[in-house]
Design a binder for this molecule. Structure first.
Ligand SMILES: Cc1cc2nc3c(=O)[nH]c(=O)nc-3n(C[C@H](O)[C@H](O)[C@H](O)COP(=O)(O)O)c2cc1C
Length: 198
């Protein structure tokens, strides 16, 4: 794997230019472990985030088959000030504005497993640092503007650049499997009932 920066995402963002990400290699793709990290979350995790869901460019759902919910810039510092860019895993919950809301189902508002991408999406050459969360669940409807809460529990891999959309999709599918394997561990499952969630 290419050398990975030790600078936090916020430090990189303060330089004013999107960083250059390493290109995904064939050996990275075939050698990926199916479970990563320690048996229980270690500092700086858990990291608790929350904010209203914002619209991204919409390519996650259309191009990649992986819709993502973006957090606003103001919600990033608890994460971006202590972690580097990359792909992370944990739990997330969507909270409707009203108790009697029926646009989402009962299962849609549960605490659900998620993968998160923190970075500049080098494949799409974004100009700004973003945090995008893909919740591993089929939602009944969109939930832009709804409050999203997340507890980030671990790091999976660095953000990479890709020569094809298929290779990025392939890595995201692996990220989802890795995240689910990681979250099976009892010390991680405990966070489904974290007081941060409603
Ligand atoms: C788990 C996960 C991993 C991702 N990894 C990368 C990556 O390594 N490189 C990259 O350029 N984009 C990565 N992305 C970001 C996608 O490029 C991004 O979701 C896509 O640009 C859609 O954004 P949009 O909805 O704002 O259009 C990842 C997204 C997810 C959910």
């Amino acid at each position: 794997m290419a050398a990975v920066t030790t600078q936090t995402a916020a430090e990189v963002a303060s330089l004013g230019e999107p960083p250059v990400a390493p290109l995904q290699t064939e050996s990275f793709r075939v050698d990926r472990p199916q479970i990563v990290g320690p048996e229980s979350p270690e500092s700086p995790f858990p990291i608790r985030l929350s904010g209203p869901v914002q619209k991204g460019f919409g390519r996650g759902g259309k191009d990649l088959g992986c819709p993502t919910a973006n957090l606003p810039d103001e919600s990033l510092p608890p994460m971006s000030s202590v972690t580097k860019t990359g792909v992370y895993y944990g739990y997330a919950q969507v909270i409707p504005p009203r108790k009697d809301d029926d646009t989402l189902s009962r299962t849609d508002v549960e605490v659900l497993p998620m993968v998160m991408s923190l970075g500049w999406n080098p494949f799409y050459k974004n100009e700004r640092l973003t945090a995008e969360i893909h919740i591993m669940h089929e939602f009944k409807s969109d939930f832009y503007g709804y409050l999203m809460k997340a507890v980030v529990l671990g790091y999976i891999r660095p953000e990479l650049d890709y020569t094809s959309r298929e290779a990025l999709i392939d890595d995201i599918e692996t990220d989802k499997r890795v995240a689910l394997n990681c979250l099976q561990r009892p010390e991680y499952q405990k966070y489904t009932t974290d007081p941060h969630f409603s």
